[in-house]
Write a protein that binds this ligand. Structure first.
Ligand code: NAD
Length: 424
């Protein structure tokens, strides 16, 4: 039985955006909410012990009105089981559509994955490769550089992307098609700046938000929840813009560092000891204390469902930059809006990753590769404009940034849909 329904949540957000835009047509609302196609495949794999094991995989293609589907492939086994996973990838593919639209890249939304946890299922590298290639074979007809371009997601890396690309190429007469997938290693046609993309994008958004509320980033105080890929690079780039990190957390706990600490020193300490907890000059605090620390910029960059109504009441920041996906519960949004805290919603704040994925695909398609700065500058253009457009929408309709961002993204897809019309 499906208990939580992420797809119902995604549908609700589309309907809310339609309300803002005055879209009443039920057919159009359904068209915008429901994926164009959800492919469910059976993947038989010969295990190392000679037995056959059957896995289930999905690819949800939500909307391609603005360009080929784009989105990650995750290897995961959510608690709700296979049925839940199907609803989850449908929802995630919907969010990809809006994420691509908000930063105005010519791609649509897709998502997929296999119901498996490579860690707890203890698959050997060889089994994992057979599974990945088996999945690539099953979805090979619906992916392609002009159709659907997958990318890494939970528990998948450049290694799996290379195996999917190689399988696709072999199935197509050994053609070289690096643009069939992104998130590849550099030697396989990956892009520079992919590793820093999400954090850098967060920092660009914060810079624009600070301009909008006239906050000087020189000396601005930053709190980071999480100290992984997204949040450390967000911290590093915000530091380069003049801010300082005064509290941080990881899976082992949270710390406050009243005088601030260099991100590089925190990283060095975490690499040595396995956690930021215990950093010299810091004090251990609770998660709630971390999130409600008096600061200028709060970056929830670890997990979903962190900011509830109670925490929202006690927030003491000016900007929230959602580096993580879904860190704020819907119940908290109206409270945060009332407190005049500027939220940069996840689909905008963490869109740096998909922007660079898009640029990887562009480089692959033209067979010419840009420098780090060229890629970062192009991404900066997309994200900065995305923020400005969403902020203007929020002011125009006097709504919060989350609803404004979604409404703007939906309006862009509707515009493309109206240009094309329905065929046949
Ligand atoms: P990551 O695995 O690199 O880092 C996650 C961090 O969260 C780690 O430092 C971990 O210690 C910390 N953490 C785990 N449990 C915690 C807890 N209870 N309290 C505080 N910290 C905790 O992951 P990531 O790639 O940085 O992703 C983080 C979030 O950003 C996720 O929501 C992800 O979906 C989102 N995101 C990441 C990217 C990307 O390109 N990395 C792109 C878009 C969205």
């Amino acid at each position: 039985m499906v208990k939580l329904d992420p797809f119902a949540n995604a549908t609700q957000q589309v309907n809310d955006a339609c309300d803002v835009l005055g879209i009443k047509d039920r057919g159009l609302r359904e068209y915008l909410a429901i994926p164009n196609k959800v492919l469910r495949v059976k993947i038989p794999v010969k295990m190392d012990n000679g037995q056959i094991r059957i896995f289930t995989g999905f690819r949800s293609q939500h909307n391609n009105d603005r360009g080929p589907y784009k989105g990650g492939i995750r290897y995961f086994n959510p608690e709700g089981g296979v049925e839940y996973m199907e609803r989850e990838v449908m929802a995630l593919s919907s969010w990809m559509t809006w994420k691509c639209a908000i930063v105005d890249i010519p791609l649509g939304g897709g998502k997929g994955g296999i119901f498996v946890n490579p860690k707890t299922d203890k698959l050997s590298d060889a089994e994992l490769e057979r599974l990945t290639r088996g999945f690539a074979f099953k979805i090979s007809e619906i992916i392609g550089p002009g159709k659907d371009i997958p990318a890494p997601d939970v528990y998948t890396t450049g290694r799996e992307m290379t195996q999917i690309m190689d399988t696709y190429n072999k199935l197509h007469g050994n053609i070289s098609t690096p643009g069939v997938i992104t998130g590849k290693p550099l030697s396989m046609g990956g892009s520079l700046a992919r590793n820093v993309a999400t954090g850098l994008g967060v920092a660009y958004c914060v810079r624009e938000a600070a301009k909008a509320i006239k906050l000087n980033l020189k000396g601005a105080k930053v709190v980071l929840q999480g100290f992984g890929n997204a949040s450390t690079f967000a911290g590093e780039y915000l530091e380069k813009m003049g801010s300082k990190v005064i509290a941080v957390s990881d899976s082992k706990g949270s710390i406050s560092i009243p005088n601030g600490a260099k991100v590089s020193k925190l990283l060095e300490f975490k690499t040595k000891t396995g956690s930021v907890v215990g950093f010299p000059g810091s004090k251990k605090i609770s998660t709630e204390e971390l999130l409600t620390t008096k600061c200028d910029i709060l970056v929830p960059g670890a997990l979903e469902n962190q900011i509830n109504a109670k925490i929202a009441q006690n927030l003491k920041c000016k900007i929230i930059a959602e580096a993580a996906n879904g860190p704020t519960l819907p119940e908290a949004d109206p409270i945060i809006f009332k407190k005049k805290i500027l939220v940069i919603p996840d689909i905008l704040a963490n869109s740096g990753g998909v922007c660079i994925s898009y640029l990887e695909w562009v480089q692959n398609n033209m067979g010419y590769y840009w420098t780090f700065d060229e890629v970062a500058n192009k991404m900066e253009g997309n994200i900065t404009k995305g923020f400005k457009d969403a902020y203007a929408m929020a002011n125009k309709h006097k709504i919060d940034m989350r609803r404004a961002t979604m409404a703007l993204a939906v309006s862009r897809v509707v515009e493309a849909f109206n240009q094309k019309g329905i065929w046949p």
